[in-house]
Design a protein around this ligand. Sequence first.
Ligand code: SAH
Length: 396
Amino acid sequence: MYQIKLKVGRERSVLRRHPWIFSGAIEKVLEEPGVGETVDVLSHEGDWIARAAYSPNSQIRARIWTWDQEEKVDEEFFWRRIERSVAARRHLALDPHVTAYREVHAESDGLPGVIVDRYGGSLVLQLLSAGAEQWRDVIVESLKGRGDCNGIFERSDVDVRQLEGLPSRTGHLWGDEPIDPLMISEYGLRFRVEIHRGQKTGFYLDQRENRRFVRETIESGEVLDCFAYTGGFTVAALAAGANRVLSIDSSGPALDLVAENVRLNDLPVEDCEWIEGDVFEELRKMRDRGRTFDAIILDPPRFARRSSHVQRAARGYKDINLLAFKLLRAGGFLFTFSCSGAVDMDLFQKIVAGAALDAGVDAAIIGWLGQPSDHPVSLNFPEGRYLKGLACRVMV
Ligand code: SAH
């Protein structure tokens, strides 16, 4: 068995069950494990502390599979971990109104780098790390063997793979070719999803509960859905009773699905408007024209990829939130999100508070929003918490 030995004292984070070992913590690598191979992790004193996947090209040099010396990393290991993850989603599997959710959420499900999203009978697999890549065939076999899907598609086409020295890969892996676009149900609302080429694995499953929150909160009025993608929040707002919804996104192909998703739910397309454009610019234009709304959703892409980007990201969040507050009518709602892990809830709340202050608006938080239960955050892996949001109401 290959081994890596840590520097003095660097076993501490491993013993606290943090799953990552950075290159700087390693004193020496015994023999030469290949990309993704399993290694035993030893403390400086030579004690066995964990078993991990080795990734020679990445700053995250090893990701831990297990802290149990008796536990082998083999076919059965993957079977057991996948079984455990799926079992933890039983409440979703049993809900006939929810047909799309995340079945395996990487580190926080004990499977670093492995993402499995379910869209009805189709599964989408996304492998993010060298270790996950190494066990690709075994993972696919385990998913097949469960007998609860009829097709598996791969979407390993994310930037982070470059950091691991892995090429981008997408394609049909097994079973029936999924219908494209396929249809899912989210608490009774229906959506078309393009799993072959859509963003993420096709749909922003992590916003499911927040779309429901919006649907339960607003009752009527004019709504602005910024960073709308294929209209998740647009449809939720219309279903809630919004009279008009304006959706903005920079992606034409994403916006192409908005009308279809609205129609699919028997909601009035004539009450919708789309703009393919940049949210920052469009908000400014609307401010200059004095346009106002009863509710605004801000669901931007990740502004900070790492902690060194936090300041710049903070300016971006401040900008759009300030503009949004200016466009809101008295009593209006702002649902504002950040999916930058490097920006925590405290900082995000401060940014939003600063935006309201500068906009001259008095508002209150009516909800702290986050990740749904199928996107869990292991207590030992706080980095897993990335999505956060605030629901605010402008005082009358
Ligand atoms: N709210 C969506 C998910 C949004 S993801 C849902 O519930 O499904 C972020 C979206 O922002 C993407 O669709 C991306 O195309 C879009 N985007 C990124 N930068 C943008 C910009 N500057 N202006 C407008 N849209 C942008």
